[in-house]
Design a protein around this ligand. Structure first.
Ligand code: UDP
Length: 239
């Protein structure tokens, strides 16, 4: 018989940068299409997928254009940037035959529906992809924290942190050819070794909720599928 997925419901955190491809900012069409194909493949396996999308490709509250700005104002701009990414992602998903729903943590109801937990759960049960936009809805937080928060709220079995590197390494693999990938690592060990896997708030939330994190590369073809099938891919951070 065909192998069954190891996870029923997952929370996928995509950074804004993941949408840029090789561009300097914004959204690269080919990149977003390819990413959606990877996601479509796991939904076809019957896995329920929720996505938290970042905004760093458009605006980051703590750097760049925001220098000299009021921090909270800049952070709200960052949250709005994630709404733009969410719309682009949902549009690409819908064109690829998926049914995507965007839910925003800040009220912007002419554009996207508000985040309502029971409704998000309903969509997931119906096999729709739910894209959580506007992070946590609060300044001074990040979309990593939104991923941990929403992941816990929807009862995801795993938070998937999509990165450019295919896991957590003992050293920077670009600088040290001897660096090896951790297949798995405990939260405690990751803290002791000061491995910045998610930001500290997000990491603490996952740890408290015993919500495991998988770090993997979204750019490696088939990696997302291998993760949901429970195969050796990326790095698992466990309690
Ligand atoms: N942001 C925020 N609160 C949140 C999530 C995001 O204020 O709950 C703002 C913050 O300014 C951040 C920006 O939105 O810099 C973009 O989010 P993030 O940096 O997490 O995006 P990513 O790095 O994943 O692209």
């Amino acid at each position: 018989p065909d192998a069954k997925p190891a996870h029923k419901r997952i929370l996928l955190k995509l950074s804004g940068e993941a949408l840029m491809g090789d561009d300097a900012f914004g959204i690269n069409r080919a990149t977003i299409v390819r990413m959606v194909e990877e996601i479509a493949e796991v939904t076809r396996l019957g896995v329920e997928v929720a996505v938290v999308i970042g905004g760093g490709n458009i605006f980051r509250g703590v750097a760049g254009g925001s220098v000299g700005m009021d921090r909270a104002t800049a952070d709200y701009m960052g949250m709005l940037a994630t709404v733009m990414n969410a719309l682009a992602l949902a549009d690409t998903m819908n064109k690829a035959g998926l049914t995507a729903r965007v839910m925003s943590a800040i009220a912007i109801e002419q554009v996207v529906e508000p985040y309502v937990r029971p409704k998000a759960l309903q969509y997931l049960e119906e096999g729709k992809v739910v894209i959580f936009a506007a992070g946590t809805g609060n300044p001074f937080f990040t979309t990593d924290t939104a991923a941990a928060l929403r992941g816990a709220e929807i009862g995801a079995e795993l938070v998937l942190k999509a990165t450019k590197v295919d896991g957590v390494y003992t050293a920077d693999p670009k600088k040290d050819p001897g660096a090896t990938r951790y297949t798995k690592i405990s939260f405690d060990e990751a803290i002791a070794k000061n491995l910045g896997i998610l930001d500290a708030t997000a990491f603490a939330l996952c740890r408290d909720q015993k919500l495991p994190i998988k770090v993997f590369s979204i750019f490696k073809h088939g990696a997302l599928k291998r993760v949901v099938m429970g195969e050796d891919e990326g790095t698992l951070v466990y309690v």
